[in-house]
Design a binder for this molecule. Structure first.
Ligand code: DC
Length: 235
């Protein structure tokens, strides 16, 4: 893409474990854009709540989570080894700690709290103010940037998604079962779509990508074609 092309906002929404982050990261690298993983931000709040007693035995005390919000400063720092940004909570690296099954099991409930959403949405809007960002999440094209120039909605078969996350966690040495993961994927789909505030839904003007049987390279090819069409339609 030439440097003279105007920078845009690319919103990538969709179901959990669809490879949104991998795809969004690849797009950002290709275009020289900033990649922002908003799921990591909801996970970071969940981690903080777990570590500070606002979630006990899997029960989320919503009022306690809201009381903690002012103490949580979330920042991203580029990590050249990973070629992506790491998330920090109050200056502490949280990247490795936010993707455990414990956090995954509670994050849907934490992300349904209106005060949590309004704080994180405001941060995300600020991060995209200068455009040139690829942001992945659930409500980017509907709530955070309803006027994003390009909106993608990703989906994949729940079993394929569970297998992907299972492989990821096992590779890290987590002792999880495929059944446990598939149950988590399905229950998060349900929770994400049925919550009262900003439920997961496809924006009317989003382009759908079902990547159940696509490689990252194939997805990239598909994306570049969509981008070419968008640029051509604007001329
Ligand atoms: O993308 P992920 O699986 O890391 O997201 C973690 C959780 O955060 C997921 O259950 C839904 C929630 N989330 C959200 O509600 N809104 C976003 N923009 C991003 C994630």
């Amino acid at each position: 893409m030439s440097d003279t092309e105007q920078k845009i906002i690319i919103a990538v929404d969709g179901f959990s474990s669809c490879g949104k982050s991998t795809f969004a990261k690849a797009i950002a690298r290709r275009l020289g854009y900033i990649f922002i993983d908003t799921g990591a931000m909801y996970r970071a709040v969940t981690l903080y709540a777990l570590e500070h007693g606002a979630i006990r035995s899997g029960i989320v005390d919503e009022e306690a989570v809201v009381r903690l919000l002012d103490q949580i400063a979330i920042t991203f720092r580029f990590n050249p080894d990973r070629g992506a940004s790491d998330i920090y909570v109050n200056g502490d690296l949280a990247e490795g700690k936010i993707r455990t099954i414990e956090v995954s099991n509670c994050v849907s409930r934490v992300s349904a709290i209106p005060e949590v959403r309004s704080k994180l949405v405001a941060m995300q809007q600020e991060m995209g103010r200068r455009k040139g960002v690829v942001m992945d999440g659930r409500d980017i094209g509907t709530v955070v940037f309803p006027h994003a120039e390009m909106k993608l909605f990703m989906t994949a078969d729940p079993h394929v998604r569970a297998l992907r996350r299972y492989d990821e966690l096992r590779a890290k040495g987590d002792d999880v079962s495929l059944e446990q993961i598939e149950e988590n994927v399905r229950s998060r789909d349900k929770a994400d779509m049925s919550r009262a505030v900003s439920p997961l839904r496809q924006a009317d003007d989003a382009i759908v990508l079902d990547n159940s049987h696509m490689t990252v390279d194939e997805q990239m090819e598909w994306f570049m074609e969509q981008l070419r069409r968008l640029r051509a339609a604007k001329q």
